[in-house]
Design a protein around this ligand. Structure first.
Ligand code: BG6
Length: 491
């Protein structure tokens, strides 16, 4: 069992914001519950709003009561967490606030974690404020969230600003998908099982599917989302990170740089999607009215706060190709969208059939093994294998069934930790392997920018799909044209 022997203080900028409320405070609560927060660690919560410390404490306790599963809510734990927390109003743009922060720091010189749960546009400002107030030391860690820019140029600007005050080894860029239990399991599955490791290439794998589907729509975030779209909001980060973990070569060890060096090689080998590939490699969609959870829901353009005429995509399907020895000729089909039939994040690895097939010709479709890695919900791994059907009358008829590993059942785990719990825990330990390095972010933008340029050049509007369906028909056509189908259509 892991214990936290290192005392560090956490300063949380944006302590009243959406991310802090929905994810960070509940994660800190769970870390406290698991006794992973060192007894002497302190948390300084910062936001613009002037508020009495008691009011903040009451509001935080109420919020935890809403966010935390009732069976895991324990007042004793809440009180122990609150005892570590102090609230201060701070205007990020004014030097005064940082001076107060410095006084707080000086009470006890332990390593500092600075979590910027704010707009990326002010990361630089906060860095400067901290630096000028001499709050930054070589043991300071800074945590930032996506979106890191809107394109390569703006992401460079943000990264440059941070680099002015912090060394790369101090910067923890969060992609919360890397904190998901099954995503880490992908590393274990690939590199701790030679059975898979030896098959993991174009000799044995025909194609790969990555699906990150959401049932929700825009959920009151129309303004932000319309600027970004699904390509920038999901593909640039989460989907490309998943692709890297599936496609990378075995790292020499588990150190952050060994893993990230391998991911970078994959990003460098991604084939650019150019205008002439628009019909075969890319589908963009935007949802119209339809249903979710059996109820009628409005289309993207009718959502609260929507401005008419938007051509922002809420769905993307892509065929990515990796130009190296391991993956030549193996398409990686990726799709992600809002208002799809259900929340589902899944990777499906399709293995090639044996070179010669000896069973009934009408069962040839059972010749391929599939490895399904389910990120959410029902985290687990299934390997579809063919066996003989049972019974005297069946002869050598085959059937395909799963070898199934459900994580909750297998490990008797009553709960799977949320990604933010894992990520905060790794930050406290100073381990960067689940965080994104600058070159990864920038290479991902370089590729995504090229895709966006290509579709802008084409002038095509996104295709309509009804809410509650698997996206535009063109997404099905894209994969069918190559002789495959999306996994859920296989029945
Ligand atoms: C975020 C995106 O990064 O990930 C959201 O900005 C999206 O648009 C969310 O809804 C999905 O995360 P999860 O963990 O619910 O799959």
């Amino acid at each position: 069992m892991e214990v936290n022997n290192t005392v560090s203080d956490l300063v949380l900028f944006g302590a009243l914001g959406d991310l802090a409320q929905r994810k960070l405070w509940p994660a800190l609560y769970q870390l406290q519950r698991a006794e992973l927060l060192a007894a002497e660690s302190r948390i300084l919560a910062l936001a613009r709003e002037a508020m009495a410390p008691e009011t903040f404490a009451t509001q935080l306790a109420e919020r935890l009561a809403e966010e935390v599963n009732p069976s895991e809510l324990d007042d004793g734990v809440v009180q122990r967490l609150l005892a570590k927390v102090e609230y201060q109003a701070l205007d990020f743009t004014e030097a005064e606030g940082y001076t107060a922060l410095k006084r707080w720091r000086e009470q006890r010189p332990v390593p500092l974690i600075v979590y910027m749960a704010t707009q990326p546009t002010i990361y630089g400002l906060i860095g400067e404020g901290l630096h000028q107030a001499q709050c930054v030391g070589s043991d300071t860690r800074v945590v930032i969230e996506k979106p890191i820019g809107h394109d390569l140029a703006s992401s460079r600007e943000i990264n440059d600003q941070l680099a002015h005050y912090f060394d790369e080894s101090q910067i923890f860029r969060i992609d919360h998908y890397l904190g998901k239990e099954t995503v880490q399991n992908l590393i274990a599955l690939r590199f701790a099982n030679n059975l898979f490791a030896s098959q993991w290439n174009q000799n044995h794998i025909s194609h790969v599917e990555i699906t990150v589907a959401e049932e929700v729509g825009i959920e009151g975030r129309w303004g932000y989302f319309d600027e970004a779209g699904q390509m920038r909001d999901m593909v640039q980060n989460h989907l490309l990170q998943l692709l890297c973990l599936i496609a990378m070569d075995p790292p020499a060890d588990l150190s952050a740089d060994s893993i990230r060096d391998e991911k970078v090689k994959v990003l460098k080998a991604l084939r650019a999607i150019t205008p002439d590939m628009m019909d075969t490699h890319l589908v963009r969609g935007q949802y119209g009215a339809g249903t979710a959870n059996g109820r009628p829901v409005p289309g993207y353009l009718e959502e609260e706060g929507a401005a008419g005429g938007s051509r922002t995509e809420t769905f993307v399907a892509l065929k990515a190709e990796i130009e190296n020895w391991r993956w030549a000729g193996v398409p990686f089909y990726m799709r992600t969208g809002k208002r799809l039939p259900k929340k589902l994040s899944e990777i499906v690895i399709h293995f090639k059939a044996a070179p010669h097939y000896i069973f009934a010709p009408d069962q040839k479709h059972l010749a391929n093994n599939k490895l399904m890695i389910r990120l959410q919900p029902d985290e687990g791994i299934s390997l579809l294998v063919s066996t003989k059907d049972q019974g005297l009358d069946k002869g050598m008829r085959l059937r395909q069934g799963p070898l199934h590993l459900n994580f909750s059942e297998a490990f008797d785990a009553s709960r799977i930790p949320d990604a933010y719990e894992r990520l905060l825990w790794e930050i406290m330990k100073g381990n960067q392997y689940l965080f994104v390095r600058r070159d990864e972010v920038e290479l991902a933008w370089r590729w995504v920018d090229r895709v966006i340029e290509s579709w802008e050049e084409s002038g095509e509007a996104p295709k309509r799909y009804a809410a509650g369906t698997w996206g535009p028909a063109a997404s099905i056509a894209m994969i069918t044209r190559d002789g495959w189908s999306w996994h859920e259509e296989d029945g």
